[in-house]
Design a protein around this ligand. Structure first.
Ligand code: ADP
Length: 163
């Protein structure tokens, strides 16, 4: 049984994230989308809301679970007995950032492998921070969000982000 954790802030989850998870299903038997959070740095969207949105997106996919954690990602992987960490790569900046984390993780937890999928070209410009900006200004970000994720323009406008 190959179990992968797809860790991230998902603040919010986007079509870029959705695509990585769906493609990951060809590689892994089970994927846990895990929101890593720090209660001192709550982010923009409430954690419960982020979890609910992702659950809605994958409600027809029994091989996908959604969770949140407050610990090192490798400790979370050990806790849920996942052998893989799945991440997405958009740019060379993503690569450099991910390389350092993955190499440290490999040093600390040699039994856990990091696996990377390159973003589809049409998703390479999609970032959660751009989506937050659109929503904060009361505009419609639905083109950048999975179909089942409806965020009404206006619901979150001009709420301050801590990021
Ligand atoms: P983090 O704060 O840990 O970077 P994010 O929620 O921003 O969390 O991203 C989680 C993972 O998804 C990261 O591996 C990131 O590179 C990847 N990712 C983010 N946006 C995209 C995208 N548009 N296409 C592919 N992968 C993406």
């Amino acid at each position: 049984m190959k179990r992968a954790v797809f860790p991230g802030s998902f603040d919010p989850f986007t079509i870029g994230h959705e695509s990585i998870v769906l493609r990951g299903l060809d590689l892994f038997d089970e994927i846990i989308i895990a929101i890593g959070y720090n209660s001192n740095k709550p982010g923009f969207f409430p954690i419960e809301q982020r979890i609910q949105w992702i659950k809605d997106v994958f409600k027809d996919y029994p091989r996908i679970q959604v969770d949140a954690y407050q610990m090192l990602t490798i400790d979370y992987c050990r806790k849920v007995e996942a052998q893989f960490i799945l991440r997405g790569l958009r740019t060379s900046a993503d690569f450099e950032y991910e390389r350092a984390i993955a190499q440290v993780n490999k040093t600390l937890a040699p039994q856990i492998e990091s696996a990377f999928l390159l973003t589809l070209p049409e998703h390479s410009m999609v970032t959660s921070s751009i989506v937050r900006d659109i929503i904060r200004h009361g505009s419609d970000a639905s083109q950048l969000l999975p179909n089942r994720m409806k965020i009404k323009p206006g619901d979150y406008s001009f709420k301050e982000s801590s990021r």
